[in-house]
Design a protein around this ligand. Structure first.
Ligand SMILES: [Zn+2]
Length: 460
């Protein structure tokens, strides 16, 4: 099938994890230990069955030190998993508003007021000029390298650098929903302790972190994932899980006191080991749910994971040439079984993401405008929520980035899909200017119609 260049670009943006993995492969040798009882194979399903039977329920790690969990959490403060895959920006929302921050370049937390249909910088200071002043440190919405938006005790929280002191540090900050009473809640440990944090997740009184650690052992570089958390109240830090195999992909999802970890690692030079674990936030016990080795990491590495409220675990894998995207689901024994297939007679949907109880696959038909692409959104029962051409052009025109843009991710649920568009122009002239970006909420009107609406625009 003819594949357009454009959709490749979009796919490449979406699979940054895979890009990272390619880089990792080039610069490292095989670091991982493999399970000798697992016969590596390209048959994803078969290999899962063989190896998972032997490893499911086993515990390759020391139990993490249990620390008391706070009992005064509000479910409204739970981590919002549907936005958990965002890499270069962060979104948090409630019934009244949506908050947004990019993690670099733009230095302010933005809000969108749903009732009033207005957006701006989240700052309740009277007479503040917000982002009209370059790097306005006096603005409550100012956040350098703002990393994660979350909620705790009814307050908005975010992680940001403080470059105003030497040495600089990273901290968790909080403020009221109206942008007043900004406070520093907690200084984070140094990078030597946490690793280079790629994702923060605030959940029930803990700040969870997914980080990369770089070590050189016996002359060979290691680049592995470290999963850890900090008790926000006490500042206690603990590593939940890590192995020293080169990381291909990683992430966490949160269901009550169940903390779900996925970690794909490089083994045997070009193979992958997919692991999914469950950490209990209260007891500190960790349990392996799924552990499987495949011969070829390409197209077999965990790309996205979703865990529903009953702790059913789903995942998708990276893009593979001429292969329709598949959602896998773990059975009671930890075996991954193909659960939902995006095979279609006309369009190759070859990459799928998982968000709020939906799977969203991306594809392009042959021989049409190379900028056009299609999405197929289904709920986890398999019903089609939306299927059709993705209507992005109008918004790219309004942002003025029709020719050179990137999409951070697709996220949402049965009712609406959120997309963050950014300017992909990194030329020198644009380097020091406020980047152009916009978040569009596409309401699902019917299985064949989406209705898009800007909820945030950095250029007015
Ligand atoms: Zn301000």
């Amino acid at each position: 099938m003819f594949r357009t260049k454009h959709i490749r670009i979009i796919s490449a943006l979406l699979i940054f994890v895979m890009l990272f993995s390619l880089t990792a492969c080039k610069k490292t040798t095989q670091q991982g230990e493999t399970d000798p009882s697992s016969a590596p194979t390209d048959d994803h399903t078969a290999s899962v069955t063989e190896s998972a039977n032997e490893t499911a329920g086993t515990d390759p790690t020391e139990p993490s030190k249990a620390t008391p969990a706070p009992v005064d959490y509000d479910p409204a403060d739970d981590f919002q998993n549907r936005f958990g895959s965002l890499n270069d920006c962060s979104i948090w929302e409630n019934d009244e508003m949506l908050l947004f921050c990019p993690e670099h370049d733009y230095y302010y937390i933005g809000y969108y007021d749903k009732a009033a249909d207005v957006c701006g910088v989240l700052c309740g200071k009277p007479e503040c000029e917000h982002d009209h002043i370059n790097k306005n440190k006096d603005c409550n919405g100012y956040a350098q390298v703002c990393a994660h938006l979350g909620s705790m005790n009814g307050r908005i929280c975010f992680v940001a650098y403080n470059y105003d002191v030497s040495p600089y540090y990273t901290a968790l900050y909080s403020m009221n929903h109206d942008g007043t009473d900004r406070r520093e809640e907690l200084r984070l440990p140094d990078l030597e302790v946490t690793g280079s944090v790629q994702q923060f997740y605030l959940h029930r009184g803990y700040l969870y972190m997914c980080a990369l650690v770089q070590n050189v052992t016996a002359g060979s570089p290691e680049d592995y994932a470290r999963f850890s958390r900090i008790n926000v109240r006490t500042g206690d830090f603990e590593i939940i899980y890590e192995n020293h195999e080169t990381a291909l992909s990683y992430g966490m999802r949160f269901v009550g006191n169940g903390i779900f970890i996925y970690n794909s690692t490089l083994v045997n030079g070009s193979g992958a080991r997919n692991r999914i674990l469950r950490f209990d936030a209260v007891t500190g016990q960790i349990r392996t749910l799924h552990d499987n080795v495949v011969q070829d990491y390409f197209g077999n590495t965990i790309f996205r994971m979703w865990v529903d409220e009953n702790e059913n675990v789903y995942y998708t894998v990276g893009q593979k040439e001429d292969t329709s995207a598949v959602v896998y689901k773990l059975d009671v024994n930890g075996n991954a079984k193909p659960y939902m297939d995006f095979a279609d007679d006309d369009i190759l949907y070859d990459l799928a993401v998982l968000s709020g109880d939906i799977a969203l696959a991306i594809g392009a038909p042959a021989g049409v405008d190379p900028r056009a692409f299609w999405i197929w959104v289904r709920d986890l029962e398999g019903n089609t929520v939306f299927k059709g051409e993705f209507p992005q052009t109008q918004f790219l025109k309004e942002l003025g980035i029709e020719q050179n843009y990137s999409i951070s991710d697709f996220m949402g649920d049965r009712n609406a899909i959120y997309v963050c568009f950014t300017d992909a122009d990194i030329s020198e002239e644009k380097w020091n200017t406020t980047p152009i970006l916009g978040i569009v909420r596409y309401d699902v009107v019917s299985p064949t119609e989406l209705s898009g609406h800007f909820v945030y625009k950095s250029v007015q």
